[in-house]
Design a protein around this ligand. Structure first.
Ligand code: AMP
Length: 295
């Protein structure tokens, strides 16, 4: 029940080809625009008109997700591999970015439960094999559409041009190992990780768990006891790479109809149509992030 080290990327590609052929995967085609704001070249993806039906399908399926759980059981064609006794890897059925991976708990756990050692073990087992951006949408207001606990990874780079992660140049300006990032006008907590540790995923996971707890405290998200487990006191987004971790508490899911999840804080936004694209251009992407964050 363990991921065979060195096999994830090949399995991910094989499963993707298979699930494309079988029709289990439903890509959402987008057109991309770069919108410059506050020193960041934001990537904004707009659903192409031909893909609107699939994007709607995703919304309907994820609304239905409140009742039905698409991860238990998962669609067999989308299952990539076991990761550990507690987690498996699943292809994101409605994907915008190729090879978008979901890291799902085998047994039902609430998305609002705090991340634990097993979650970070699974995340780093995958990050060791795929140089990607790991992220977590903590709660509905954080952009989560499913209640069943799932971390996610998208391979880097996010954009064909510019930095691999659009927000990364701003993060590079943060002084020291753990500090506020100048230029981010919303509450957040940021820390650098030891990238060399990724070769020992278990150690990397232990360090990341400690870091996550420190960032949660730093950002003012507390652990509250509920039904015998620890849950988040407030919604938040978590972004994790081999090199750093960024945690952003959230106030709301969307601004003027534009929904934001953790990828937004990486500098990658997603809009449904031209009207939402115009909203982003009008407000400016950084103000969008500010509006759905906490002052
Ligand atoms: P989030 O919306 O961040 O909670 O992530 C959940 C993801 O699950 C969404 O991006 C959906 O595209 C994806 N999803 C919805 N239904 C399925 C399914 N049946 N199998 C795999 N992924 C799904």
């Amino acid at each position: 029940m363990r991921l065979q080290p060195g096999t994830l990327w090949a399995q991910l590609q094989r499963r993707t080809d298979h699930a494309k052929r079988s029709g289990a995967l439903r890509p959402i085609d987008t057109e991309q625009a770069m919108v410059e704001d506050a020193g960041v070249r934001f990537l904004v993806r707009q659903v192409s008109s031909l893909s609107r039906k699939d994007a709607d399908g995703k919304r309907l399926s994820t609304q239905a997700g409140a009742a039905a759980n698409p991860f238990l059981p998962p669609e067999p064609d989308l299952v990539v591999t076991d990761i550990s006794d507690s987690h498996f890897a699943l292809l994101n059925k409605f994907y915008v970015i190729d090879h978008h991976l979901l890291i799902v708990t085998r047994r039902f756990e609430e998305q609002e439960a705090l991340l634990n050692r097993a979650d970070f073990e699974a995340l780093f087992a995958c990050l060791a094999e795929v140089d990607g951006l790991g992220f977590y949408n903590g709660g509905v207001a954080g952009g989560a559409s499913q209640r069943h606990k799932h971390l996610q990874i998208v391979p880097l780079p996010l954009a064909a041009e510019g930095p691999a992660i659009p927000i990364a140049p701003l993060l590079a300006a943060a002084p020291g190992a753990a500090a506020a990032v100048p230029g981010l006008p919303f509450r957040h907590a940021f820390a650098r990780l030891d990238a060399a540790l990724v070769r020992q995923p278990s150690q990397a996971a232990r360090a990341a768990l400690e870091c996550y707890r420190a960032l949660m405290a730093g950002a003012g998200v507390q652990a509250i006891e509920s039904g015998g487990e620890l849950r988040q006191s407030a919604p938040y987004n978590l972004l994790v790479t081999r090199e750093w971790m960024l945690l952003v508490p959230r106030s709301t899911e969307s601004v003027e109809g534009v929904a934001v999840n953790a990828l937004g804080y990486a500098g990658s936004l997603f809009v449904r149509d031209a009207a939402q694209m115009a909203t982003i251009r009008k407000l400016g992407p950084m103000r969008v992030l500010q509006a759905v964050g906490v002052a």
